[in-house]
Design a protein around this ligand. Sequence first.
Ligand code: PLP
Length: 384
Amino acid sequence: MNVTSTIEISKTAYQNNLSFIRSLIGESCIFSSVIKGNAYGHGIETFAPMAEEVGVNHFSVFSAYEAYRLKKVSNRESTIMIMGVANSTNELEWAINLNIEFFVFDLERLQKAVKIAKRLKKKAIVHIEIETGMNRTGFCVDELKDVIHFIEDNKNYLEIKGLCTHFAGAESITNYFRVKKQIVTYNRILKFFKSNNINFLQKHTACSAAVINYPQTINDLVRVGIMQYGFWPSRESQMKYYTKNKINSNPLQPLISWKSYVMGTKSVAAGEYISYGTSVLTETDMKIATIPVGYAHGFSRSLSNQGKVLIRGHRLDVIGLVNMNMMIIDITNVPEIDKGDEVILIGEQNGITISVASFGEMSNLLNYELLTRLPEDIPRKIIK
Ligand SMILES: *Cc1c(COP(=O)(O)O)cnc(C)c1O
C-alpha cells in the first residue's frame, strides 16, 4: 500500500469533548454528531464506530452518500439525519426504507418523499428546514401555507419530526444582529406551525458556535460538528467562553494527529539552492531531511518556507517549496536525525505540539477547511 503518513484519532480526547459538550447542553438534549466532510477529515469509517462505542447514537450527514457510508460501518441502531443532498428517487427510497431522516426545504422533495412513502407503505421521517435569514436552503414564509396544507393532506405518509434552521455565522459577534433576528424568525414560524396544529418533537437550530454564543438556542437537539473534534468554531468563541467562565485552559482536546517519517537525509553545501526554484539559497553548509508528504497529501503549498514539523522533539522548519509528494526540512541543528525517524505534522511529540490552529494560521486556512482537505486515502486509526 502507498502509505506515507498516518492519521491517529484519540478516543480519550473524544470522550473528554463529549463530556464537555454534554455539560453545556444538559442531560435531555439530543447530541447529533455532525460527520459531513468525511467527519471533518477524521474519516467516517474510523470515526463513527468509535463515536458509537462511547455512546453517540445520532449522526448528521450532508448527503445520502455519506449516510450510506455511515450505515455500512454503523454497529448500532443510530439515527441518521441527512441535512443536504438526497435528490434522486433512489436515494430517497433508500433513506425512507431504512428510516433515515432527512431535511426538506422545498415542496418538490416533500412531494417526492410522499410519493415514495405511499409506494413503500411507510412514513418518511422529515425535518422541515425553514429560511430564517441565511438565505441558503429552507422554506420561505410565503411557502408555509402550502407546506402546512400538504402535510395535513398526507399525514399518513409523513412523520414530521423536526423544525430546523441554520445560523449565518454564529461564531462571530459581527453577525450578532443577523443571528438574533434569525432566532426571532424561527420562534415566530414555530408558533405559526403550532397554531396550525403542527408540533415538532425535535426543534433544532444550534451548531457548535451557537451552543457557545447563543445558549438559548440549545433546544431538543444540537447539531455539533467542529467542537466534538476538539476545535473551537472560532478564536473569538473560545475567548468568549474563557472570559465568561473564568478559565484559562482549553476544555477541548483535538482528536487528530498526523504523522509521517523521514525518507532520507543529506548535506547541502553553502551557496546552493534547495528544492524547486530559488526561494532558498544556503548561506552555510546545511543538513536536510526529506518527508514523503506534499500538497497532494493535504500539506498545503502555502506552507512552503513557513510550515513546522516535529522530529526527535525538535520543532523544525519546512524549507523551500512544498512539492506534490515531498517536502524538505532543515535539520542543520539536529544532525543526528535519521532515516525512519517519526515526523509529526500535526500533534504532539515530547511535550511540544503543532496544533491544527497554528498549522491553519500558517497556511491561512480555517480549521474546518484544513481538516476536510485531508485526503480520504490517508489511513486512519484509533488510539487510546
Ligand atoms: C455543518 C453544520 C452544522 C455543524 O456545524 P459546526 O460549526 O461544525 O458545529 C450544523 N448544522 C448544519 C446545517 C451544518 O451544515
